[in-house]
Write a protein that binds this ligand. Sequence first.
Ligand SMILES: Nc1ncnc2c1ncn2[C@@H]1O[C@H](COP(=O)(O)OP(=O)(O)OP(=O)(O)O)[C@@H](O)[C@H]1O
Ligand SMILES: [Mg+2]
Length: 297
Amino acid sequence: MLRIEEVAGKKVLMESEIPFLKLFKKGKVREVYEIGDYLLIVATDRISAFDVVMKSGVPSKGIYLTQQSAFWFKFIRDNGFSTHFVSADLDEIVEITGEKRLLDLDWLRGRVMLGKRARVLPIEAVCRFRIFGSAVSALKNNTWIWDKIESDEGLVEGALIKNGPVFTPTEKSETDDKISFEQMVKLVDSPETARQIKETTIELFRLCREHALKNFGFEIADGKVEYGFIDGKLSLVDETFTSDSARFIPDKSKEVFRKWLVDNNLKKVATVLPDEIAMMVSNLYRSQCQDMKIEGI
Ligand SMILES: Nc1ncnc2c1ncn2[C@@H]1O[C@H](COP(=O)(O)OP(=O)(O)OP(=O)(O)O)[C@@H](O)[C@H]1O
Ligand SMILES: [Mg+2]
């Protein structure tokens, strides 16, 4: 059901509805529809944290996320990596799919991406240049299960990993448990696929971090990407280096919202965001787009 609400006097898309397309998947944040051989990925303005979806949304968040993702997917594709990305331009999407009825859906503009359907692998390829949160605790309690790290700064929040980036995968599940490389081998198809995921992720994170530092003046500190097989080829899917899926310096990511929840004793609570918090997050995500020089934002 199409659900558009109002937050701080602005429209917020809480749920999409495309009556003439079949819903493929409803995620915490995005709704994915089937369209011919492709998938249409619609980013709503919902926000989730610690795996809980909040009761209210963040103005234009889905637009900011889609634009950030589209930028990085194009950059990644232009650098020779295989991805699911086809287009984030509604007119182009209509041209490719022939589905003119999409043009009648005003609320769709800016928040829709056409992708190739993949068999998504059940892991999150997390990669870190710096240690934060769960990585610091794992190192402190000796539950670090990945490649050894070196740092001159000690086990403190934000310490740079000298031999970084380091690949620290998790299992895609309710709890997003951390998994060792050997556990990952069992979850993906083969040791060869696991090795390819690790190598590709490290190369990709290096490339994008360099680009962001040089051209945009911010650093990608950590993040996660997802992979799937498209026509037998390992490809990047889902979203890339967005304010929902990465952490930046200066930080214009969901981390700021997570911290607000924790500070207010709201961790794992589906809460209604006060208007000023919804706007703080909205402005942060927009500012990340502006740092990336995304036009029209
Ligand atoms: N190319 C693709 N082919 C198939 N599925 C995809 C593709 N790209 C993204 N997806 C899936 O679409 C969903 C996007 O929605 P969202 O990110 O809101 O989900 P989520 O709550 O994170 O769900 P999950 O826990 O299943 O990842 C994810 O499940 C993601 O794995
Ligand atoms: Mg997701």
